[in-house]
Unconditional design. Sequence first.
Length: 302
Amino acid sequence: MSFSVDTISHFYDFASHYFEIDGQKYHYLDEGEGDPIVMLHGNPSWSFMYRNLVVALRKSHRIIVPDHIGCGLSDKPSDEYYTYRFEKRVANLEALLESIGVDRNITLVVHDWGGPIGMYYASCYPDKIARFVIFNTSSSLLPAGKKLHWTLRFCRNSSIAAFFILRFNLFSWCAGKIGFRTKASSVEIRRAYRAPYDSWQNRRAILRFIQDIPLTPEDFSYKYLSEIKESFSNFQKTPMLICWGQKDFIFDADFLNEWIRCFPQAEVHQFSKAGHYVLEDAYESIIPLVRSFFKNNSIIHY
C-alpha cells in the first residue's frame, strides 16, 4: 500500500493498532478509557470518517474503530487469501473484540454496511450491547417492497461498472461527489476518503461490498441478513440514537422509517441539508446530540 497516513495526520492523528487474523493485518483505533464504543464504517469509507467523533468522546470512553479488511489501513488481500463476504466481516469483528477484551457495555455506532455488520453482531451477543447510535444505514435487508437503487444495481451486476470501479476508483469518486451535501467538504478531506484506495488492487473490497448486497434468497449473504430482525425483540428497551441525512438518495426515508418501525423507542434527529456522510455534513450538531444521549442513557454498572 503506497498511501501513508502521515499525509493526513493533521486530520487523523491516532495511534494505529493491528490484529492479525487469517494472515491479514486488521487495523483499528483504540483510543481512551471507559465503557467501549465500537464504530463501524461502510463502503467506500474507512475509520477516517469517525475522526471527529473519536476526538470528542475519547476522554470519557474507550473508542474502537476497525477498518474492515480491504479498507483503510487494513491489508487488502486478493480473493485467493480472503473471502470478501458479510459473514467474514462479522467473524473478524467478533475475533477483534474478543482479543482486546471488549465484551460488555458496548455502544455500537454504525453507518452504511456497518449497520448490518453491527446489528448481526448484536443479534449474536445481545447481553453485550448497551446502546446504539445509527447513521444512514440499513438494519438488515432492504425494507419490504423496496428496490435497490438503479445505480447500485448497475455497479453490482455490470462487468463494465466493475472495470471502472477497479481501474478508476469510480465508486469512491461518485461517493465523494454526492455523499457530502452541506459543506461539500474540502478537497483534502475528499482525497483522504479515497486515499487508501490508490490502485486497482486496493479497490477490491469496494467492489466486493457492492457485489455482496443480498437481494434474493439465492444470494450468499441473504441468509445472514434475513436473520438479523429475529433478534430485534431483544433491543426494544435498548437506547438508540438515530442521526439521519435526508439528502441520501440510497439510504432514504424508507430506510429511516424501517428503523423507526422496528425501534419505536429511538431518539431521531433528521438533517435536511445533510447527505450520506451525515457525520461530515452535520458533525457540529451531531456531537452535542451524542453527548446528551449518553448522559441521558448512562450505563449502569453492576
